[in-house]
Design a protein around this ligand. Structure first.
Ligand SMILES: NC(=O)c1ccc[n+]([C@@H]2O[C@H](COP(=O)([O-])OP(=O)(O)OC[C@H]3O[C@@H](n4cnc5c(N)ncnc54)[C@H](O)[C@@H]3O)[C@@H](O)[C@H]2O)c1
Length: 244
């Protein structure tokens, strides 16, 4: 198997896209550490059924201290880390003239600083072992800007910049760092959208259907595999053509 016995951290892996990523990495041979602020027992049980090890750690990705303790605990449990997937994210939408400082800070803290916290915590390990794969989950809205999402668009654009800078800094240590930028993916949030808003979004997607969490997971697994060894600093849109 392509990722046989690799150790992967997936943030925000308790549900949604993160859970699909954790499951697909495990299907391809990896053992998984899920870091989330909500319990991830259900997905850990599913991974265990595949014969892979899975642990869940509770941490707020925005907290530098909690992230460092989580990474220490993962290294203690598994002995190493090979893959980091920064997936945890939130949105707090409002047009800019109504956006509060709290809404801005909350999204930047989780979506951008959370990513920084984890990359910084694993970088010394990856340097030392001279290998590693980092995949950050951005968004097409970080590339095009979205009405009502100044905070989210800025944070995800920041994730793209961080990815490219980290790719430069860690390339000589045999570390690949890339982004996957999803379009609208059919998670619980999309299922609960009003019919007209749902249809408006669907009209943007060339392929004519919402993306599924697995579509993102497959791209992430590819980027973590040796088949993607010559790809770094890249942003792969997985959006059914929604961006163009
Ligand atoms: N769903 C979409 O259409 C879509 C589109 C583009 C990008 N994305 C991105 O994909 C990622 C996953 O999105 P999703 O739709 O699965 O969301 P989701 O809300 O279903 O899952 C997000 C997970 O992150 C966890 N999380 C949130 N804040 C956290 C924190 N501070 N510390 C630790 N864990 C935290 C949540 O508990 C949850 O398990 C996010 O980064 C999101 O911005 C999603």
């Amino acid at each position: 198997m392509e990722l046989e016995n690799k150790i992967a951290i997936v943030t925000g892996g308790a549900q949604g896209i993160g859970a699909a990523i954790a499951l697909d990495l495990a299907k391809n041979g990896a053992h998984i550490a899920i870091v989330d602020r909500v319990p991830a027992n259900a997905i850990c049980d599913e991974i265990a059924k595949l014969g892979r090890r899975a642990i869940a750690l509770s941490a707020d990705v925005a907290s530098t201290r909690e992230v460092q303790s989580a990474v220490n605990a993962i290294v203690k449990e598994f002995g190493r880390v090979d893959i980091l997937v920064n997936n945890a994210g939130i949105n707090r939408d409002a047009v800019i003239w109504k956006m509060t400082e709290e809404q801005w800070d909350a999204v930047l803290d989780v979506d951008l600083k959370g990513c920084f916290n984890f990359v910084r915590a694993v970088a010394p390990l990856f340097k030392e072992q001279a290998s590693g794969k980092i995949v950050n989950i951005a968004s097409i809205n970080g590339l095009r800007g979205k009405f009502g999402q100044v905070n989210y668009s800025a944070a995800k654009a920041g994730v793209v910049g961080l990815t490219k800078a980290v790719a430069r800094e860690l390339a000589k240590f045999n570390v690949n760092c890339n982004c996957v930028a999803p379009g609208l993916i059919e998670t619980e949030m999309v299922r609960q959208m009003p019919d007209d808003a749902r249809q408006k979004s669907l009209d943007e997607i060339l392929i004519g259907r919402f993306g599924q969490a697995e579509d993102i997971a497959w791209a992430v697994t590819f980027l973590c595999s040796e088949r993607a060894r010559h790809i770094t600093g890249e942003v792969i849109k997985v959006d059914g053509g929604q961006y163009i």
